[in-house]
Design a binder for this molecule. Structure first.
Ligand SMILES: CC(C)=CCC/C(C)=C/C=C/C(C)=C/C=C/C(C)=C/C=C/C=C(C)/C=C/C=C(C)/C=C/C1=C(C)CCCC1(C)C
Ligand SMILES: [Fe+2]
Length: 527
């Protein structure tokens, strides 16, 4: 298993032609661009956690029925410093590096509580974000790295902090139909003012500024104060509906005082993150018009969540689908020491990911009796109980167990939808199948094959889309049997039958997230 999780992967910056079996639809033209960790050892030093690995961006280019593969390590400052020193010199979330000659982190960390923030890693390994015509590799720090989607070349480093006061930002932004980006970040430097900030990056800039970046026009929409000033919640994604932004403030929290002293204590940043199982999980609905949290306080039991699936409004309710866990054991499981040969023994999922639906009533009867279930949607068993202090206590409906890395047809984002595409896991963090879940009937279709570990399935709508699932699923498949080459799998999203596979004889890495860029969105000038 170390082969898959812990071994350094080679990059292939020059296009490699894949061997295509089956029939690729002629309209499938563009680039599947993905990101994830590819290197966990530098010289004699090793990262502790799988999420710490150096970003290896890769792509599958679909052109006239042919498929080309490329991969290239993100030339982040972190990568360059590490390679030059031949050891890990920049700290990541799960690995503290000593000393950190690139940044003099020691001195800076000392100043932490007096408004100085040390510089953090720009090893953007989680996802790809599009702003205007630009593509960025993203992580959760204040840095993002622009990349050329054709050549995978690393371009400028952008500091969110120059445009908005956040120290952390999600790698799962949302997009509206005009391509404007909506994202969220946390500001923790301003003592006593710890807050979550929601901001917008427009998809275009005024004509006279043609060469300028959309980020220069970033706009703060609103901010929400953290419930606890010294313990802001961790979040990895958020949700949107037509009229609301959904932010779930979970009791999985960063401890600012611990962060400030982590370096001296010789512990990693991750140890400053803890799950408070006795606390509540607060569901915030931020009204896009008033830019305020709705006045009712809504909560559910303690949980840990990384991925929102989708959310929408229906008959005066807000429906919120997420993948949640009963505790924080998932993060623990991804420590590389657990992902070794004894993986099966060490990483039995003690907490299974579950896709849950929360339903929040909007315009309910204010005089309703305490204890009343305010959810009036016949389609769900989720409940929202009115409590005596006026708060609302939500209990979810279970949609499906054992799925992660969820995707949808993004045209249905924020709208009533029916299908989730995800990887399926059983006894460990190993994805063994790709699943299509029908949230209406709870029926599931899946694809699996021996020795195959599928990545997050990406939905690509067909050009003559009539139904939500008219399109394709693209997933890069890592193989655990050295005699079997990895491939890019193309499924018919409706039936989940295989249409084609493009095999590449490379050491494909298990990645996290990515985007499909249709031909029409590709600026061919830069090719
Ligand atoms: C095996 C596979 C692929 C599939 C199997 C199926 C399955 C169960 C999948 C589950 C997948 C999940 C749940 C993936 C989740 C990925 C996450 C949460 C990545 C987060 C990275 C977060 C990162 C890198 C965060 C770095 C943050 C840093 C360095 C922050 C630094 C900091 C800054 C900037 C200011 C404040 C101080 C602080 C130290 C916190
Ligand atoms: Fe994610």
């Amino acid at each position: 298993m170390d082969v898959i999780f812990g071994r350094n992967k080679e990059e292939h910056p020059e296009p490699i032609k894949a061997e295509v079996k089956g029939e690729l639809p002629s309209w499938l033209q563009g680039i599947l661009l993905r990101n994830g960790p590819g290197m966990h050892t530098v010289g004699e030093t090793k990262y502790n956690h799988w999420f710490d690995g150096l970003a290896l961006v890769h792509s599958f280019t679909f052109k006239n029925g042919e498929v080309y593969y490329r991969s290239k390590y993100l030339r982040s400052d972190t990568y360059n410093c590490n390679i030059e020193a031949n050891r890990i010199v920049v700290s990541e979330f799960g690995t503290m590096a000593y000393p950190d000659p690139c940044k003099n982190l020691f001195a800076k960390a000392f100043c932490y509580l007096s408004h100085t923030i040390p510089e953090f890693t720009d090893n953007c390994l989680i996802n790809i974000m599009k702003t205007g015509e630009d593509y960025y590799a993203t992580s959760e720090t204040n840095f993002i790295r622009k990349i050329n989607p054709h050549t995978l070349e690393t371009l400028e480093k952008v500091d969110y902090n120059k445009y908005v006061a956040v120290n952390l930002a999600t790698s799962h932004p949302h997009y509206d139909s005009a391509g404007n980006v909506l994202n969220m970040g946390t500001s923790i430097v301003d003592k006593g003012k710890t807050k979550y900030v929601i901001f917008k990056i427009p998809s275009s800039v005024p004509e006279k500024e043609k060469k300028k970046s959309c980020l220069k026009h970033l706009e703060v929409l609103c901010s929400i104060p953290s419930q606890s000033l010294l313990h802001p919640s961790y979040y990895h994604s958020f949700g949107v509906t037509e009229n609301y932004i959904i932010f779930i403030e979970q009791p999985f929290k960063l401890d600012i005082l611990k962060l400030a002293t982590a370096y001296f204590r010789g512990v990693n940043w991750a140890s400053c993150l803890s799950f408070h199982k006795e606390d509540k999980t607060w569901i915030h609905l931020i009204d896009k018009k008033t830019k305020k949290d709705i006045s009712t306080k809504i909560y559910t039991d303690a949980m840990v969540l990384f991925h929102h699936v989708n959310a929408y409004e229906e008959d005066g309710h807000v429906v919120i689908d997420v993948i949640s866990y009963p505790d924080n054991s998932l993060y623990q499981m991804f420590y590389l020491k657990n992902l070794n040969e004894d993986l099966e023994k060490n990483t039995k999922l003690t907490s299974i990911p579950a896709c849950k639906r929360f339903v929040v009533p909007l315009g309910f009867d204010k005089d309703a009796e305490v204890g009343t279930n305010l959810v009036k949607l016949p389609s769900t068993t989720a409940t929202a109980l009115k409590e005596k202090d006026g708060n609302i206590y939500c209990q979810p409906e279970m949609l499906c167990e054992g799925i992660e890395l969820p995707r949808i047809n993004y045209d249905y984002n924020g709208k009533k939808y029916r299908y989730i595409y995800a990887t399926e896991v059983q006894w460990s963090p190993v994805p063994t199948k790709i699943a299509k879940v029908d949230v209406l009937t709870k029926k599931k279709l899946s694809w699996e094959e021996e020795h195959c570990w599928p990545a997050e399935p990406v939905f690509v709508p067909s050009p003559d889309l009539k139904e939500e699932d008219d399109g394709l699923i693209l997933s890069s498949i890592v193989t655990s049997d050295p005699r079997k080459a990895p491939f890019l799998l193309v499924l018919d999203a409706k039936t989940f039958t295989e249409m084609a596979r493009a095999t590449v004889n490379v050491d494909l890495h298990l990645d996290l997230h990515g985007v499909f860029i249709p031909e029409k969105d590709l600026n061919t000038e830069r090719e």
